[in-house]
Design a protein around this ligand. Structure first.
Ligand code: SAH
Length: 272
């Protein structure tokens, strides 16, 4: 009897230590949340599934009594949460960034349902930190924020009314992550046998790329947006590792130097 009880509780609840640790490498990032109650609800949703790593980017009201009230017993998650002034800062160290969205956009980027996303997140947590981004209550994630993501994640809801409350969306993703952790679904890493650079390095690269494309007049500053969006999609799909990033940055630097040298040549031979 005693043995059976122990087995039951294990199948109910216990994760291997390793799986529990991997869950901590998946961070929830709430962007610009309006209602502090939703922050508390998100903290509670995380804690019941064994996740503790909460980050916020410019929340409207935090800390706040409503957040603490809705967190119920999960106020420790709020106390340890990190508040960031920018998304870049919240993504530091993350090799995989997944953006949740109630609407699937026309942007041609990889899209996953919540279950597949959780399995991927858990699998990759063995290699690097993973971020799950959650948008604002009123209008979700901006296009710029989505372009920081490797894939968009959708909870397949009724198409006629597909927008969940923020805390409930966090709950579903956290639950799917726990299921993935219980199943240890994570250990097939598919094709990912390299370590991609993190989002900060990607952003520095995009700044450098954009500047270089302007310098060589490939990018017209009057019409800049679409080209960079397409290039972001390309490089986010490729997920370069450190060596590849060094090569790309080296090519950009050499291109700029070549351009400067050409510019510094006199237009016409001096003195005939
Ligand atoms: N009106 C917004 C929805 C905001 S809901 C919009 O149309 O985008 C707040 C956040 O909860 C969303 O940004 C997203 O992070 C999450 N969310 C809500 N419903 C979701 C769904 N069906 N699938 C994935 N994420 C969802």
């Amino acid at each position: 009897m005693k043995r059976k009880a122990a087995q039951d509780s294990r199948s109910n609840n216990d994760l291997s230590q390793k799986a529990a640790g991997l869950l901590q490498r998946v961070r929830v990032v709430l962007i610009n949340t309006t209602h502090p109650g939703n922050i508390g609800a998100a903290a509670r949703a995380m804690k019941v599934m064994g996740m503790h790593n909460l980050h916020m980017v410019t929340p409207m009201l935090f800390p706040h009594a409503e957040a603490t009230a809705l967190a119920s017993g999960a106020d420790d998650i709020l106390q340890h949460a990190t508040v960031h002034a920018s998304l870049e800062s919240a993504l530091t160290g993350c090799g995989l960034v997944l953006g949740t969205s109630a609407r699937l956009r026309s942007l041609a980027m990889p899209q996953l349902d919540a279950r597949a996303a959780a399995q991927k997140a858990f699998a990759e947590a063995e290699r690097h930190d993973v971020a799950l981004l959650f948008g604002r209550e009123r209008y979700g994630l901006t296009n710029d924020e989505m372009q920081r993501c490797h894939a968009l994640v959708n909870i397949p809801a009724d198409p006629g009314y597909s927008s969940l409350n923020l805390g409930q969306a966090v709950q579903i993703l956290a639950y799917e992550l726990r299921i993935a952790a219980i199943a240890n679904a994570g250990y097939s890493l598919d094709a990912l046998d390299w370590e991609p650079v993190d989002g900060n390095q990607m952003e520095l690269f995009y700044v450098h790329l954009e500047q270089t494309l302007k310098d060589i007049r490939f990018l017209n500053p009057a019409q800049p947006r679409k080209l960079m969006m397409r290039l972001r999609r390309l490089f986010n799909r490729a997920r370069p590792d450190q060596n590849e990033m060094n090569i790309l940055r080296g090519i950009l630097a050499a291109t700029q130097t070549a351009r400067e040298m050409r510019d510094s040549l006199p237009d016409e031979p001096a003195d005939g």
